[in-house]
Each structure stands twice: as structure tokens, then as C-alpha cells.
Write a protein that binds this ligand. Structure first.
Ligand SMILES: Nc1nc2c(c(=O)[nH]1)N[C@H]1C(S)=C(S)[C@@H](COP(=O)(O)OP(=O)(O)OC[C@H]3O[C@@H](n4cnc5c(=O)[nH]c(N)nc54)[C@H](O)[C@@H]3O)O[C@H]1N2
Ligand SMILES: Nc1nc2c(c(=O)[nH]1)N[C@H]1C(S)=C(S)[C@@H](COP(=O)(O)OP(=O)(O)OC[C@H]3O[C@@H](n4cnc5c(=O)[nH]c(N)nc54)[C@H](O)[C@@H]3O)O[C@H]1N2
Ligand code: SF4
Ligand SMILES: [Mo]
Length: 723
């Protein structure tokens, strides 16, 4: 008997509403749910492979423990006993700081897991909590801290007439820039309505193809380009005088700082046509509504915080924030109601350098958290406070952390390495324990995490008050011994005699709660009770047209700051760099820049074990402009050595006319440990290895240079790679 149930796809962070056909207790087919009001029936190739993901022969179904270098199956209760005992021992000997947590990509779709993991760290008293967000776009919260957050939020995409994407490709990534819930349809509708799209990207991306203006710039020049746009907007008087007058400070400082970024200078430096730059600025600033947003590309290139800050500056110059009396697009659903005001919120007293200090590079707690780019150092560096145990939840440090060779050494040095993963990832292979959790369709789900990301950036999260809940759809495969992420932390906390607290409430540490109980705790005080959301199997938009932007408080003296002293200083530093290049590199030393990108069929290091997702490539090609390939005397399919000033990887050349000359566009999180390098045609290469975490990093967030990396290419003896 086959039946159909609605569910939330958790393969990526978009959370599409799907319909799952269940036959004999197994998910057999996934299609989009046309009755879902947020996604309108959308699914991508990854989501449609959920059955293959759930019943993948390579899926880990029972906990693994490494004994004398070999993994063997262990009962989950015994695994938790061991881990709790080892943690107790380490904490007694070295203190709680010796235990670090890394929550990453697949923590996000499992909110009970992230919450209880955090509660566990709190209970043991370890401040060493790291997340993949810190090596993603940490410049976003940092820039907001400098600029200030507009309480009512940004103008929505839905009624905007201009939009600008800086190194983001939401049509593929479904992550910000354009509301990431069927972004292709949203973009299509907006363009039909007459919206003007501007894209700044060294690659003619799927979004750039649709743009009215594509500035196909040199990578890493975003601060320059954005300063140039601000320069033009100010010079030509295209800014919102009234808004600047009432709610903004720092205009004079900004004006001075961007003065040298003339269109001619920007054009020469970033290699974009001067006329195009001027025209883009005019079209954007003379539009009535719309936002500029940046993605991972420029956030991973040097000066990500400055880029994010200049993005905010452009929005504020143009007054692109919601005003009194306008409808609040999303007053939230599963979290407490948000009533925005037409005013700036107070900026934090201190945006970095408070709380826990890391032992390297003078880094510490900042508004984006502690940086995962320094976690390998914390493991490797002997001495007081050294990290001895790492628990990774839905992450893959060996694939994703910058400087993979350093990470490799760190993984070997750990006394206790635990990973909660569904497969034997590059990290799992090195781990002492691999704890397999339930997969997306095997446990309840809710859309709440996508509401919280409103606080992470701006123009992020649901554009309307949408929410959905999904019960467990199928049981895990017979004979499996799985532990949900939250159950893992609950289980070790119980054994260690700890009391956990979630969202201000004590967890019952005797009678084990259910996932649903924890969801209820997480939704405490929400605008709409979870029980109400559960009544709508297709998801629902809980609209309330009476929730409007409130007026500014009479005594409000807060302003948005577009002339932050640190950011203006950094802009001045940019000016001191040679026009020909960046950060001391010259074209003589490095011929190309390697840039980050996403590939549609895989999700970071996930999806590579599903045949339908690797039908085109099982590796990450080195996409290059055909002219560059010919100029180097190379051919598509050739294996080359790609070298930064830090390390080298192998790459397989692929022609891509959409990539700007001088650029190599390559996805991250491929490859494996160094001993597998020769299998590049099967597993690809790890671009993270090219990054030096100790150089060109943001001094506040610790974000190293992970895009726009200067590299050279050399053809190698082709027999180096196993075919
Ligand atoms: N060079 C370079 N490095 C980068 C980037 C880049 O662009 N360039 N991007 C950075 C960014 S933006 C990010 S977010 C990070 C990502 O960093 P990570 O999150 O550390 O990396 P992923 O490869 O996404 O790892 C996800 C792991 O979760 C496992 N998994 C899959 N499904 C589940 C599940 O349901 N439950 C659990 N528990 N585990 C599951 C997968 O098998 C995989 O091993 O990488 C960063 N690193
Ligand atoms: N299919 C798929 N979807 C994904 C992921 C995936 O692996 N696969 N990963 C997920 C994750 S973890 C994240 S954080 C999001 C990221 O989502 P996005 O930020 O949209 O990521 P990308 O699609 O890589 O888009 C980044 C763009 O920046 C450009 N770029 C690179 N360097 C520079 C630069 O210096 N300047 C400028 N202006 N542009 C530059 C690249 O050419 C690329 O087009 O995507 C998520 N979605
Ligand atoms: S975009 Fe694809 S992978 Fe992401 S949630 Fe939707 S169907 Fe799933
Ligand atoms: Mo990410």
C-alpha cells in the first residue's frame, strides 16, 4: 500500500515543502508539494533523491568505534557510556575548555540537536563552541554591529524594483540574496514585474544571466566596487536626504573615505567598464525600493566585513529600510512576535574581543562567535586550555575547514574525536566514534530555524510569516541503531549527572522527553503555538495585516552609522594597495585567482555518494575560461597542479565560458585526506588546503582568505591521477 505524506526536505537549508510517497514503510518517491504556499511545488534534484539518501548502502546505521585504527560496530548505549566516561576524565584532568563542539551544516535542520548540544556545553562549562557559520559569512553580523540594525528590517524583495547581488547565486544555492524559497520563480516573477537586477560576480552565474547589469569583476575587489558605487551615489546626489537627516550618522566621514574611489579608479582596479559601473549605480539608486545583499564569494575573499559593511552603507544611503506604517512582512510564527519600529536598534558596546580568548592570532569571542578557522590551532597548540576532545554535529572538518593539512594533523592529535554523521566522511574515517543519527524523514521537523536566520543578516529568512511542522514520516531501516543528535547530548549529560536547560526551561533528566517535547520548549512564547502550525500539513502563512511598523520612540537617539571609524580605516587601507593587485601579490607571482562556488547537485561534501547526483561529475572541476586554457597550452580534462603560496592541490580542467579570464572557479569540500589525492577523478580535491589561516585573515572574525586566492597552475604528469 502506497500513501503520500507532506514533509520538509532537509537536504539543504531551503526546507522545501515536499510530498513523499511511502510504500511498505519506506519512502520511495519525493515530489514538490504544489499546495505549499511558500515553495509552490518546487524541488531540486537533491531533494528528489531523499529516498536514495535514506537507503544508501553506504549510510552508517550503527555506531562505530575505532579500536587499533579500525572501526567496529558498537551498541549505542555502550558508545555513550564510553564517551561520557572519557569526557568526564578529560574535564577532570584538563578542565572543561578541553572539550570543543562544532555544529555545522546539518545541525541547522535539526533544531533540537543544536539546542541540546549548546545546553550540554553550558552544563559542562566549556566556552569552546564553534559553528560553520564562523567560516561562512561572519562579516554579516560584524557589519551589522558596526552599522546598526534597522528594527523594522529591510524592504522586501516582493515589491522591490531594483536588486543587487554581490557574489551570491541564490538560484543555485538557495541561500539568501533572494528569498531562498523557490528563488528561481521569485526572480522570474520580479523580472517580469520590471525589477532591475544587478549582479557583481567574476562568473556569469545563473543569476547574472538574468541581470540587466553584470559587473564581471576581478575577484576580491568588492570593497572597491561598493565604495565606487557609494561614491557615485553621493556625487550625483542620488541618496535619500531625508532618511540620512533623521536616522543616519557618519555621512561626512563616508563621503571623505569614498572620495578617492572614483569610477575611473574602480574601473581600472576591479576591471569593470566605467560606464557600466556608473549606469548600475544610477539605476539602483534611482529605484524606489530594493536591497543590495552579498553572498559567500566576497565574504570569503579578503575584507568580508568591509564588504558587508559597504553593502549596508549603500542600502542606507538609498534609505532602503521599512518605514512607519508599512506592513511588517514577517512578524514571525514559531518564535516570539516581532514588532519592528522605524528606528535603529542600539549597537553593541563591543563587537569583538570580549569573552573567551583563543590562544592564537589574538582572536576571541565576537558577534559571529568563535572562529572555526582557529579550532585546529587550538587542538594542535600544547599548553593550558588545549582542546583534547571534539564533538562535530553534522559537519565535516576535514572537508570544510580552511587549511586542510593543519586540520588533518589536528584530527590525528585529538584524544577524543566524536562525529555525528550519516556516512564515513573524511572526518568520520579519522574519528574515535561515529554516531549515526536519524535522517530527515525519520524524525519530526519544523521550519523554525529559517525564522531565526533573520537575526543573522538582513534580507534573510522567510519573506512572510510561514511555518510548517513535519511528524516522523518513516521508521529508520530495520536493524539500525540510530541516535538523534539531541538524544546523544541528552544521553551523555544523563550519564555525567548534568542538568540541561533549553530556552530557559529545565529538561526532565529522568524521564526522557520526545523530540516533539523539545520542539515545544523551543517554541515557547511563539506568536503562533506549534500545535496550531501542526494543523497545516502543507505549511501555512500566518498573516496578520494589522502588524505594522511602529513609529520611532520619541526618546530614540539611535542612528545607523555609515562612517564607522574601523571600516573607514580599512577602506583607507584598501586605497594603499597597488591598483594592479591585492594584498601584496603581483601578477608576476600568481597568474590566477581561485574563487569559491556552489554546484547544484551536491551540498558541500554531501551528495557525492548518491549516483544520480554525481552523474555529471564525482569531482569538483577547475572551471576556467576557454581562452585561459588555450593560453596555458592546456586541454579540458587535463590534470593540473594548482598552487597557492601555502599548498598545492590537483585540479581537473573544465571549459567554462562563464568564468572570467584569470579566474578558476572551484567548489569546496571535495577530496579527502592527503593519502587519497591520486583519486582526484573520483573524489575531487580539497580547495581548503590552499588557504593559510594565519595570513590575510580578518583580525576580528578570524575569517581567512577562502576565495580570490592567488594561485599558479602547472600541467603535471597525467599518470599522477588514477583514472
Ligand atoms: N574553501 C572553502 N571552504 C569552505 C567553503 C568554501 O566556499 N570554500 N564554504 C564554507 C561554508 S559556507 C560552510 S557552511 C562550511 C560547511 O562546513 P561543514 O558543515 O563542516 O561541512 P559539510 O560538508 O556540509 O558537512 C556536513 C556533514 O554532515 C553530514 N550529514 C548529512 N546529513 C546529515 C544529517 O541528517 N545529520 C547529521 N548529523 N549529519 C549529516 C554529511 O555527511 C557531512 O559529513 O564549509 C566552509 N568551507
Ligand atoms: N547546491 C548547493 N547549494 C548550496 C551549497 C552547496 O554546496 N550546493 N552550499 C550551501 C552553503 S553552506 C552556503 S553558505 C550557501 C552559499 O550561497 P551563495 O553565497 O549564494 O554561494 P555561491 O552559489 O557559491 O555564490 C557565491 C558567488 O560568489 C562568486 N565569487 C567568488 N569570489 C568572489 C569575489 O571575490 N567577489 C565577488 N563579487 N564574487 C565572488 C562566485 O563566482 C559565486 O557565484 O549555499 C548553500 N547552498
Ligand atoms: S532546494 Fe532541493 S535540497 Fe534544498 S530543500 Fe529544496 S528540494 Fe531539498
Ligand atoms: Mo555555508
Amino acid at each position: 500500500m502506497a500513501e503520500t505524506q507532506t514533509a520538509i526536505c532537509r537536504f539543504c537549508h531551503s526546507f522545501c515543502g515536499i510530498k513523499v510517497t511511502v510504500q511498505d514503510g519506506k519512502a520511495v518517491k519525493v515530489v514538490g508539494d504544489k499546495d505549499n504556499p511558500m515553495y509552490f511545488g518546487y524541488t531540486c534534484v537533491k531533494g528528489r533523491q531523499l529516498p536514495q539518501q535514506h537507503y544508501n548502502p553506504e549510510r552508517v546505521l550503527r555506531p562505530q568505534r575505532k579500536v587499533s585504527g579500525v572501526h567496529e560496530t558498537v551498541n549505542s548505549e555502550a558508545a555513550l557510556d564510553d564517551i561520557a566516561a572519557r569526557l568526564t576524565e578529560l574535564i577532570a584532568k584538563h578542565g572543561p575548555r578541553s572539550v570543543a563542539l562544532y555544529t555545522a551544516t546539518y545541525s541547522f535542520p535539526y533544531p533540537a540537536g543544536s539546542a541540546i548540544a549548546g545546553a550540554f556545553m553550558q552544563a559542562i562549562g566549556s566556552p569552546m563552541k564553534f559553528s560553520s557559520g564562523s567560516i561562512d559569512q561572519p562579516g554579516k553580523p560584524m557589519a551589522i554591529a558596526f552599522h546598526g540594525r534597522w528594527s523594522a528590517g529591510p524592504q522586501p524583495f516582493a515589491d522591490s524594483d531594483t536588486w543587487m547581488l554581490v557574489g551570491a547565486n541564490p538560484v543555485v544555492s538557495k541561500w539568501g540574496g533572494i528569498p531562498q524559497y523557490n528563488p528561481a520563480k521569485r526572480l522570474h516573477d520580479a523580472l517580469r514585474r520590471g525589477m532591475k537586477l544587478i549582479v557583481i560576480d567574476p562568473r556569469k552565474t545563473e543569476c547574472a544571466e538574468k541581470a540587466h547589469f553584470h559587473l564581471q569583476c576581478k575577484p576580491g575587489e568588492d570593497p572597491t566596487i561598493l565604495a565606487g558605487l557609494a561614491h557615485i551615489i553621493i556625487e550625483e546626489g542620488l541618496y535619500d536626504r531625508e532618511f540620512l537627516e533623521s536616522d543616519v550618522e557618519g555621512f561626512e566621514a563616508l563621503k571623505q573615505a569614498v572620495a578617492p574611489f572614483t569610477p575611473n579608479y574602480v574601473s581600472k582596479r576591479a576591471d569593470v567598464p566605467e560606464e557600466l559601473l556608473i549606469e548600475a549605480a544610477r539605476v539602483y539608486a534611482s529605484g524606489k525600493r530594493g536591497m543590495t545583499t552579498a553572498g559567500t564569494g566576497p565574504n570569503m575573499a579578503p575584507r568580508g566585513t568591509l564588504t558587508e559593511y559597504m553593502v549596508l552603507v549603500i542600502n542606507t544611503l538609498c534609505g532602503r529600510w521599512l518605514r512607519e506604517g508599512e506592513k511588517m512582512p514577517n512578524p514571525f510564527v514559531l518564535i516570539p512576535e516581532r514588532r519592528g519600529k522605524a528606528q535603529a536598534e542600539p549597537r553593541p558596546q563591543q563587537a569583538w574581543g570580549y569573552g573567551e580568548k583563543l590562544r592564537v592570532r589574538d582572536l576571541g569571542e565576537n558577534v559571529s562567535g568563535l572562529t572555526a578557522a582557529a579550532l585546529a590551532d587550538e587542538i594542535l597548540l600544547d599548553g593550558e586550555g588545549q582542546v583534547k576532545a571534539l564533538i562535530s554535529v553534522g559537519g565535516n572538518p576535514m572537508a570544510a575547514w580552511p587549511d586542510q593539512l593543519k586540520t588533518y594533523e589536528a584530527m590525528k592529535k585529538l584524544e577524543l574525536n566524536v562525529t555525528l554523521d550519516i556516512k564515513m566522511s573524511a572526518t568520520a574515517k579519522m574519528a574515535d566514534y561515529v554516531i549515526p543519527p536519524r535522517l530527515g524523514l525519520e524524525a519530526p521537523a519544523m521550519s523554525q530555524p529559517n525564522e531565526f536566520i533573520w537575526f543573522y543578516g538582513f534580507s534573510t529568512g522567510y519573506p512572510e510569516p510561514y511555518a510548517m511542522y513535519q511528524p516522523k514520516i518513516v521508521d529508520p531501516p530495520a536493524g539500525s541503531d540510530l541516535v538523534e543528535e539531541w538524544e546523544f547530548f541528552y544521553g551523555i549529560a544523563q550519564r555525567m549527572g548534568l542538568q540541561l536547560r533549553v530556552n530557559g526551561q529545565d529538561l526532565d533528566m529522568v524521564n526522557k522527553p520526545s523530540t516533539d517535547d523539545i520542539f515545544e520548549m523551543l517554541c515557547k512564547g511563539s506568536r503562533i503555538p506549534l500545535s496550531e502550525v501542526k494543523k497545516y500539513p502543507h505549511g501555512h502563512i500566518f498573516d496578520d495585516p494589522t502588524i505594522l511598523v511602529l513609529p520611532k520612540d520619541e526618546d530614540c537617539a539611535e542612528k545607523l552609522d555609515i562612517g564607522n571609524v574601523h571600516m573607514m580605516e580599512e577602506l583607507a587601507q584598501v586605497m594603499t594597495e597597488p591598483v594592479t593587485d591585492h594584498a601584496g601579490y603581483t601578477a608576476v607571482h600568481f597568474t590566477h585567482r581561485l574563487v569559491s562556488r556552489r554546484m547544484n547537485d551536491v551540498y558541500n561534501s554531501s551528495g557525492r555518494d548518491i549516483p544520480a547526483l554525481v552523474r555529471n561529475h564525482s569531482y569538483n572541476p577547475a572551471f576556467m575560461n576557454p581562452g585561459d586554457i588555450a593560453a596555458l597550452g592546456l586541454n579540458p580534462g587535463d590534470v593540473v597542479k594548482i598552487s597557492s603560496d601555502h599548498a598545492s592541490i590537483l585540479g581537473i580542467i573544465e571549459e567554462a565560458p562563464d568564468v572570467r579570464p584569470g579566474v578558476i572557479s572551484m567548489a569546496h569540500s571535495f577530496g579527502d585526506a592527503p593519502e587519497f589525492d591520486k583519486q582526484v577523478f573520483f573524489i575531487g580535491s580539497n580547495t581548503g588546503r590552499l588557504t593559510n589561516v594565519e595570513k590575510d585573515y580578518d583580525p576580528r572574525t578570524g575569517m581567512p582568505r577562502m576565495s580570490a586566492i592567488p594561485v599558479n597552475l602547472t600541467r603535471v604528469d597525467q599518470s599522477i591521477a588514477a583514472q
